[in-house]
Design a protein around this ligand. Structure first.
Ligand code: KIV
Length: 240
């Protein structure tokens, strides 16, 4: 159900320390994203992260934020067919997730999750696990119509929310008006019911260019490098 007009905040976290921080800030939902592949493991593709790694990150987040609503990404290939999907979703729930997020519309797998009573978060628009480019999607009428139809099908499964990634604002609005489930945008304009960003962008934990839709609220990169330099000087000066 839409959340009474109050926008939903979601941020990715991957470990206990930052999950504790996000819980202290009362962020509505924590996402253990498979972006962990990039930002935590230094891989090039989210598709390369394993189920084992997602379980490790999920359990760490649960330990750091035991009172938060935690969503874990089902990694690439883990939702290929219903039986495997259920096994993998159960592993993430046992590791501490309240819901699992699945990219795209593997319909039989999504139905299996819901029939088992497992909370589901959908993910439409740009799908990083299978994307060959990171350009905005849904610009052409055909593509927009396809995403809109996918959203309606997904919505009929009563997911607890639908992430919409890197689509035009008008499409973000159209989907948000048509679905019962709250939409959580990342590069989907200002009419979605909430927003998700990657923790490393929110805190500016890297020296790289931010995606066009991301925003930083701190500069951990500068502060961190400075702190390490100060520490190194302190050691070199034998001040310890
Ligand atoms: O893995 C992730 O960080 C995500 C967000 C981009 C929504 O799926």
């Amino acid at each position: 159900m839409k959340k009474d007009g109050k926008p939903i905040s979601m941020v990715t976290v991957y470990d206990a320390a930052f999950a504790r921080m996000a819980e202290a800030a009362k962020i509505d939902m924590l996402l253990v994203g498979d972006s962990a592949a990039n930002v935590m493991l230094g891989m090039n593709r989210t598709a390369d992260i394993s189920m084992e790694a997602m379980c490790v990150f999920t359990s760490a987040v649960k330990r750091g934020a035991p009172n938060s609503y935690i969503i874990s990404d089902m990694p690439f290939g883990s939702d290929s067919e219903p039986k495997i999907t259920l096994q993998n979703a159960t592993r993430l729930i046992e590791a501490g997730a309240d819901a699992v997020k699945i990219e795209g519309l593997p319909l039989e797998s999504l139905k299996a999750i819901r029939e088992k009573g497992i909370d589901l978060v959908g993910h439409l628009g740009l799908l990083p696990q299978t994307a060959t480019s990171f350009k905005q999607v849904g610009r052409s009428e055909d593509e927009a119509e396809k995403i809109f139809e996918q959203a309606r099908i997904l919505d009929s499964l009563e997911p607890c929310s639908i992430v919409l990634e890197h689509i035009p604002e008008a499409l973000g609005e159209k989907v948000s008006l048509a679905t019962n489930a709250p939409t959580i945008g990342i590069g989907a304009g200002k009419h979605t019911d909430g927003q998700v960003l990657v923790m490393h962008d929110v805190l500016r934990m890297h020296p790289f260019k931010l995606p066009p839709f991301a925003k930083s609220f701190a500069n951990f990169w500068e502060d961190g490098v400075k702190a390490f330099c100060d520490y190194k000087r302190w050691v070199n000066e034998k001040s310890f």
